[in-house]
Write a protein that binds this ligand. Structure first.
Ligand code: SF4
Ligand code: FE
Length: 483
């Protein structure tokens, strides 16, 4: 059963017994909860497309561990071709969902962990790599969604993990037992956590020896005892509770971020992949972040395709599609979007094999990719709002459109180009709103800024990887300078 159907995925989520809070309410069945379901639909797309022959080449591959056909989201990249296909798959899913489809975090965590565990074992004589491979085989065989949990709440940003007033502000080991470890802390902004079967927890920063209790990596099922989920809000999220299908903008899909609390959670040794090896925390963070910065060169581009299309349709529907300045804005949006894609493809093509056999992206180019992602979607969104017009901030609701008395006014005064139904115009304007200032703006903008590390984190990596000394030498050579 290496490829699950959508129905099997949904049923597998229903079987998990977890403590999930949404707006202060304990939720019994997250799968059919109207606030949660759109995000589940997005992940379900990763199952659905994998079974479509048309998308087989991007969505599936042969496992390097079992030799079976598996979903690419559970795969260890075996070549630069695999890395390129990953980005193409993410663009496709961004186009299909117009949302964050969440499953990439676990894929990126597993790839980062594979090479890091291998190199850690070689240096320290530990046996983490085989433990991790056993876990991965279980994930691949059962086609599971894995969440990668990196970001700690971090408390006072000027203090190291071990120097925080409250020691739990970074997740840490509280007890080492014969059968495993007990951990406490939290992971913030967790993408797709409630829609996952398994969680891989990783440290969020490089560590020193004083922080060794915080250098911990492990996997737990999402229904492990002691985990509490607190659902993150998104702008206009309660529109999903209003009924109707216009005002949410995106009729079916959405993203999800969750504050996840680990209140003394037990992890058996076979699922622990780093325990106090603080020297390797930095490598894991750097590689995971690198993979996820590559990911954005695919997923955000796919969502960008949707937004550019929405802006163009909005212009057509209001009779403003023809002027050259509108066309020029659309060209600029496409140029910015394809530049992000070029970065995603470039860092993949320039990838390299690590000691474990798993391929890693070019870290400099992946960081350049993400640095651009912190800017270009904002410019694309600005241009989309420019083209769509002020109506994205003032439009009456679907309830007004359907109202027996005022509905005809809405119908009459919101009409645009001759022959275009007012309802269609309202739908496309709501989609632009959704992507640039509504619920999906969390995925398209906030995540573009802060996901996989805020802009400054990429600048630090660019300064480390950019080899300025070499550039200086080139200049001195051509200027005839000998020192
Ligand atoms: Fe995947 Fe993009 Fe969502 Fe990250 S932000 S999980 S890369 S869709
Ligand atoms: Fe993300």
């Amino acid at each position: 059963m290496a490829l699950k159907t959508t129905e099997e995925y949904l049923n597998s989520l229903r079987q998990l017994k977890r403590k999930i809070y949404v707006m202060g309410q304990l939720v019994d069945d997250p799968v059919d909860h109207p606030l949660i379901r759109p995000s589940i639909n997005s992940i379900a797309m990763t199952y659905e497309l994998a079974l479509e022959p048309e998308h087989e080449d991007l969505m599936t591959c042969t496992s390097s561990i079992t030799g079976e056909k598996i979903n690419r989201f559970g795969h260890l990249h075996q070549s630069t071709d695999d890395l390129v296909k990953k980005v193409k798959m993410q663009r496709l899913l961004g186009q299909k969902t117009g949302s964050c489809f969440q499953r990439c975090v676990g894929m990126d965590a597993m790839n980062a962990l594979d090479s890091t565990c291998y190199e850690m074992d070689q240096k320290l004589g530990t046996d983490y790599h085989q433990r991790f491979r056993r876990f991965l085989e279980y994930v691949q065989t059962n086609d599971l969604v894995v969440d990668g949990a990196m970001t700690d709440p971090k408390g006072d940003r000027s203090l190291a993990p071990s120097a925080q007033v409250d020691p739990d502000l970074y997740l840490h080991i509280v007890e080492k037992r014969e059968d495993g470890i007990v951990v406490r802390g939290a992971k913030a902004h967790q993408t797709g956590m409630i829609n996952s079967h398994e969680i891989i927890v990783m440290p969020t920063v490089s560590m020193t020896e004083q922080d060794k209790a915080y250098a911990v990596t492990f996997a737990v099922p999402t229904d492990a005892e002691g985990i509490v989920y607190i659902y993150g809000r998104q702008a206009s999220d309660t529109r999903k509770l209003e009924g109707g299908s216009i005002d949410t903008g995106n009729v079916k899909f959405g993203g999800q971020e969750v504050l996840t609390v680990f209140d003394n959670v037990f992890v058996p040794w076979e699922r622990v992949f780093m325990c106090e090896e603080w020297e390797f925390a930095g490598m894991l963070v750097e590689r995971f972040a690198g993979y996820h910065r590559q990911s954005y060169g695919g997923c955000k581009v796919g969502v960008g395709d949707v937004l550019i299309g929405a802006a163009a349709v909005a212009a057509d529907y209001s009779g403003a599609g023809k002027p050259s300045h509108v066309k020029d804005k659309l060209i600029e949006m496409m140029h910015l979007n394809e530049t992000l894609y070029a970065c995603g493809i470039a860092c993949s093509s320039e990838g390299r094999k690590t000691a474990s056999g798993t391929f890693l992206i070019d870290l400099l180019l992946a960081n350049v990719c993400k640095q651009n992602v912190t800017r270009f979607p904002y410019e694309i969104a600005r241009l989309a709002q420019d083209i769509a017009g002020g109506i994205i901030g003032t439009m009456p609701s679907e309830h007004d459109l359907r109202h027996p008395e005022i509905g005809p006014y809405v119908e009459k005064y919101l009409q645009g180009a001759a022959g275009v139904p007012t309802e269609n115009r309202m739908r496309i304007i709501r989609l632009v709103e959704n992507l640039t200032m509504g619920a999906a703006a969390v995925g398209y903008l906030t995540e573009s800024m802060h996901g996989a590390g805020s802009p400054q984190a990429q600048r630090i990596m660019i300064s480390r990887q950019g080899n300025l000394q070499h550039k200086k030498k080139l200049a001195k050579n051509l200027a005839g300078i000998e020192e």
